[in-house]
Ligand binder design. Sequence first.
Ligand SMILES: Nc1ncnc(-c2cnn(Cc3cccc(F)c3)c2)c1Cl
Length: 289
Amino acid sequence: MTAPQELPGWRHVSSGKVRELYVPAGVDDVASASELLLVASDRVSAYDFALEPPIPGKGELLTRLSRFWFDRIADVPNHLVAPDTDGTPVPESVAARSMHVLPLAMFPVECVVRGYLVGSGWAEYRETQSVCGVPLPAGLSEGDRLPEPIYTPAYKAPQGEHDENISFEQTVELVGRDDAEALRERSLRVYGEAAAIALEHDVVIADTKFEFGRDTDGTIRIADEVLTSDSSRYWDARSGNRTDSFDKQIVRDWLSANWDRQGTPPVLPQEIVERTAARYAELIERLGA
Ligand SMILES: Nc1ncnc(-c2cnn(Cc3cccc(F)c3)c2)c1Cl
């Protein structure tokens, strides 16, 4: 992977698979920063690999998705720095694909909400007729909408490791009962509101993963990326293959036909890159984001 971009006024401190985290130059680390910059790259990841080449425009389109949802989640404060705040200027070169945010004391909980039975949830349901310990009615099929969205938190593993599903009671042990209930209530409410808005545009948000943190005043804020197609499963309700990923299915289908899952994935052909970029643009256009 290429070295993270140097940004005037900022110092790179952390890389995700497809994102970079910066603190103002001269600041030691996230804990002592008064502002952060989250920069979304154009990289796309699949099967835990950052694929090559990048998808032109992906970083900007996913940043627009987060901003679109932050604007519509009025009843939960978020981590965005107000635009008029004077802080470290955001370099023009990354402004459209970055978020200027408040540093929060992040909860070590991945707040996963599932509205549909798919992926690891479907496999577990077939064995136990439950998902992450939440009992479900019999007779559900893969891709079915659940009677009610369920909260299935995970313990936030160190960078690069897989998160570990935990019960709600285990989140109580991690963060205390009041905060555990606050995270669950906000996660279910925000998912419910966003999933309903998306459905009005024939877009299904099958599941999502929120992160929350507490600011210096003690306010719980929704943080990180929110309801992007990297942190959520987005489906096209108008598509015949309903549970296909809105934006990643083209890449997944090409990889399964051209890669045996041994070693690193092959470079994506230009036609796949172009079709995928068009799907990201279509998702934004469909939602009106
Ligand atoms: N508002 C916040 N306050 C404190 N910490 C974070 C925070 C830390 N890590 N991550 C995830 C991540 C890792 C690598 C690159 C990325 F762009 C993002 C988010 C945030 Cl968003």
